[in-house]
Write a protein that binds this ligand. Structure first.
Ligand code: GDP
Ligand code: ZN
Length: 351
């Protein structure tokens, strides 16, 4: 990623903004401290972050008489970053506000790159990533595999959801069955649905998939994520996300990730950024690790610095010849390694 060089004036402006932000925060913190000293803060209680706006967060009270209500909270300056889906300990203050005093332990963290390629935390405590693909546009192994690699390295399980089953015909049936079969053979769960045929209500398959879980939907644009999500939460709040997503390719929107409770039980965390999950730069080590059937072969190649791109004595090629790696996955592995290497060298040149 190319580094930006800032001129003196820009540096000055950035410093000023940072100073202002710091002093604003200090004032807020003094106010809370004053309330705390005056015994005006409520007792510590558990909450769930359902949205995040800079220094302010929407926290849903999980206990006490205000359970289920949403309180705008801010954070003590010395706390590390909080994201949607985090469980926290908070105390209520004056005027319907509150202050977060601690973060509970996270099970996992979904991250995505910012404009400069650095990974930023977006959401926490996710049970599974639902990777949506569709009968049309035709699914490509190497794109699916990129999402799966991202899920493996993030350590959040992925489920493949094939949408638009109404568009399956004699032309594409065999290739779709074969594709899903390949992933099932690797131990991934695959579910089929049609948002178009399910009407306003979620299809039974989708309902069973999300029920009682915290889910995020990811996948290429056009596969039907919005359509499926709309059957789950017919609320208009979500359309906001859909609008900001169309503001342009390559533009990273800053729309916050929001947590929605689902009518059938379970939660959905969604934002335009989350839907693009997985499409960031990955290192060769991460790619090796992200292919389940390749992970175990690491260290078995003849040369320690094997690039696994047709190098002599490559254990991965040998496994493919024996049939333990499918030709499609091998091809896709090579393709992702090559794409990432090219991206890297372009990035270096731009520097
Ligand atoms: P997203 O970009 O992944 O959010 O996809 P959208 O939900 O916006 O859907 C893209 C297009 O596919 C829209 O025109 C939808 O009406 C259509 N679509 C969504 N689900 C289905 C489906 O199950 N069958 C068919 N035939 N079309 C669908
Ligand atoms: Zn190798």
């Amino acid at each position: 990623m190319a580094k930006r060089r800032l001129n003196k004036q820009q540096q000055f402006r950035i410093r000023k903004v940072q100073e202002e932000r710091a002093s604003r925060l200090a004032r807020k913190e003094q106010k809370v401290q004053a309330q705390a000293d005056a015994g005006e803060l409520g007792p510590e209680q558990e909450g769930l972050i359902i949205a995040h706006y800079g220094q302010q967060l929407d926290v849903e009270a999980l206990e006490g008489e205000r359970a289920g209500t949403i309180v705008r909270c801010f954070v003590r300056a010395n706390m590390d970053s909080l994201v949607t889906g985090d469980k926290v300990v908070w105390r209520s203050g004056k005027n319907e506000t509150g202050v977060i005093v601690a973060r509970c332990e996270r099970h996992n963290l979904l991250q995505r790159p910012d404009n400069f390629g650095a990974l930023k935390p977006v959401a926490a405590n996710i049970d599974h990533i639902i990777l949506v693909i569709a009968a049309e546009p035709e699914p490509h192994d190497n794109l699916i595999d990129r999402y799966l690699v991202a899920s493996e390295i993030t350590d959040i399980p992925a489920v493949i959801l094939l949408n638009k089953t109404d568009l399956i015909s004699d032309q594409n049936r065999d290739s779709i069955d074969a594709l899903l079969g390949r992933y099932e053979a690797l131990g991934y769960e695959a579910v089929r649905t049609s948002a178009a045929e399910s009407g306003d209500r979620p299809s039974p398959e989708v309902e069973a998939l999300v029920k009682g879980q915290t889910s995020v939907f990811v996948g290429q644009s056009g596969v039907g994520k919005s359509s499926i999500i709309q059957t789950l939460i017919p609320d208009e709040t979500l359309r906001v996300g859909a609008v900001s997503e169309s503001t342009g390719k390559g533009v990273h929107t800053t729309t916050t990730a929001k947590l929605f409770h689902l009518p059938m039980g379970g939660d959905l965390i969604d934002s335009p950024g989350i839907r693009e999950f997985g499409l960031w730069h990955m290192t060769p080590r991460e790619i090796e690790y992200g292919f389940r059937e390749i992970r175990n072969l690491i260290g078995h190649c003849k040369f320690r610095n094997c690039r696994h791109l047709g190098d002599p004595g490559c254990a991965i090629d040998a496994a493919a010849q024996e049939g333990t790696i499918s030709p499609e996955r091998l091809k896709s592995f090579h393709r992702i390694l090559q794409d990432m290497a090219e991206q890297q060298s372009r990035g270096l040149k731009a520097d």
